[in-house]
Design a protein around this ligand. Structure first.
Ligand code: ADQ
Length: 454
């Protein structure tokens, strides 16, 4: 079996940790099976440091990482990746920073990383590059003479042509993507947007899954990502998770808990979600004292201005809602800016009667899948899920909502509160069938099989 080389902006731990998510674990497992190499940024910013490769081998898998210097971190990571591509691909042109300096930094870091990886490659390697930080990485490897199989997976949405073409140099990025042998998207919608660009903007042609343009050819398909469903369900049913859950339930006096768990990001629809909860309290007084909304949102990309703004906005809203509705013995909304372990998360999902997942735009959204997998099949909670998440298309048995429709989401919350147990069980069984069939191991295997054949 050929060696697998995974390239991603962040390199995950090779041994399991309490915080490692399903994706990091699945990639680490695939790497173990193929005695692979995981290459990317160390996560460290070292001013004036020599760009030296750090390697470490654990159980046959090698981790090879590079530091960024401060300028690279500002221009490539905070700049082009997180202030330009991230908002634009999530349809937020209003938040997109179009800065040439960011673009140059992005190209420079991609090239430096490709130069560092090329000498480590072996003839029969299969290379799998991840996400929007590394769109031109494959083309740069090709320019250095790399002929091995090259695959790319985009974890975030691919936007419609009218949005994507607002990006200066959009054609250069798509041309670079066509240097890969295989491109994977989260959903058919993303795939269609990409095909539309290639066929109508780039004047290319299609032959089944294969697209031709700029004198290059690539196979483009959708590979919806899953979670480690069986393990996560098991963890949620463990004695430890149940003990955690019982403690939490006692703390809210057995009220119906609504839970939201997200990185603190403007794509996750948090202000709209808070307003929907407020609308529930306005429109349905029977909910007063009976529900408790817990939102967990650890700070992410905390040095990017747009993230500082959203944080302030949420603090104000949370204070306002509690000020308006709280009673001596009832806090309607609890908002926590902290990450918790996977086990705590599993217990928290299981004790929450409603999972509220309402991004304005999301590639997939794994929280929706984790919430469903963690439920007790005999007495499951209800998932309220945005139609604009990739998972919204994959999980029709959830209560699908439009996150911009504040009153509509409030209504869905009320429906969820009163849903009969039979209906909850039916919906949950439907969701679980899909989650077990399409778990993260299958996603990994499907992508790598397609790459072998591309
Ligand atoms: P994200 O935007 O980070 O991922 P998501 O898919 O929801 O979004 O994954 C977040 C992960 O972090 C989940 O596993 C969740 O459990 C964990 N997490 C979030 N808050 C946490 C907290 N407070 N404590 C502990 N863990 C927490 C990107 C794309 C998504 C896509 C994934 C995978 O934006 O659309 O689904 O990649 O492809």
């Amino acid at each position: 079996m050929s060696r697998l080389v995974v390239v991603s902006n962040r390199v995950g731990p090779l041994r399991g940790t309490a915080r490692a998510g399903g994706l990091a674990v699945a990639l680490a497992e695939a790497l173990q099976r193929r005695r692979g190499l995981w290459f990317g940024w160390s996560g460290e910013v070292a001013e004036n440091a020599e760009p030296r490769l750090q390697t470490q081998t654990v159980g046959g898998v090698t981790r090879a990482t590079l530091d960024l210097n401060q300028t690279e971190h500002d221009d490539y990571y905070n700049g082009y990746a997180n202030r330009c591509l991230w908002p634009l691909f999530h349809y937020r042109l209003d938040l997109t920073a179009f800065d040439r300096r960011f673009y140059d930094g992005y190209q420079r870091v991609n090239r430096r990383f490709a130069q560092a990886l090329a000498p480590l490659l072996r003839d029969d390697d299969v290379i799998w590059v991840h996400d929007y930080h590394l769109l031109p990485f494959g083309e740069m490897l090709r320019a250095m003479g790399v002929r091995q199989k090259l695959g790319f997976f985009l974890h975030i949405p691919f936007p419609v042509r009218e949005i994507f073409t607002a990006l200066p140099g959009h054609d250069r990025l798509v041309r670079a993507l066509l240097a890969y042998d295989l491109i994977g998207f989260q959903t058919d919608t993303d795939l269609q947007c990409f095909r539309d660009y290639v066929l109508r903007e780039a004047g290319g042609s299609a032959d089944g899954d294969t697209l031709h343009a700029y004198g290059r050819s690539v196979v483009a398909r959708a590979f919806p990502i899953g979670i480690d469903t069986a393990q996560f369900a098991q963890m949620a049913a463990s004695d430890e998770a149940r003990r955690d859950a019982a403690r939490l339930r006692a703390a809210i006096f057995n009220r119906v808990q609504i839970v939201g768990v997200d990185r603190l990001d403007y794509t996750k629809g948090l202000p709209e979600r808070f307003l929907s909860y407020q609308k529930l309290l306005e429109d349905y007084p029977d909910a007063h004292g009976q529900v408790s909304f817990l939102q967990i949102a650890p700070t992410s990309r905390g040095d990017v201005p747009e993230y500082i703004n959203i944080r302030q906005e949420l603090e104000t809203l949370a204070g306002h809602i509690n000020g308006r509705f709280a009673q001596l013995d009832w806090t309607p909304l609890r908002y926590i800016n902290r990450a918790i372990t996977r086990r705590q998360l599993a217990g928290l999902y299981r004790m929450s009667r409603i999972g509220l997942v309402t991004p304005l735009r999301d590639g997939m959204n794994l929280v929706a899948k984790e919430y469903a997998a963690a439920q007790d099949p005999a007495d499951p909670g209800v998932l309220v899920l945005s139609r604009f998440a990739g998972s919204g298309r994959q999980m029709p048995a959830a209560l699908i909502v439009n996150p911009y429709d504040i009153a509509g989401v409030a209504e869905a919350l009320q429906t969820a509160r009163h849903m009969a147990i039979e209906e909850r069980r039916e919906r949950h069984a439907d969701l679980m069938r899909g989650l077990l069939e399409n778990d993260v191991t299958r996603w990994c295997d499907d992508f790598l099989a397609a790459l072998d054949h591309a």
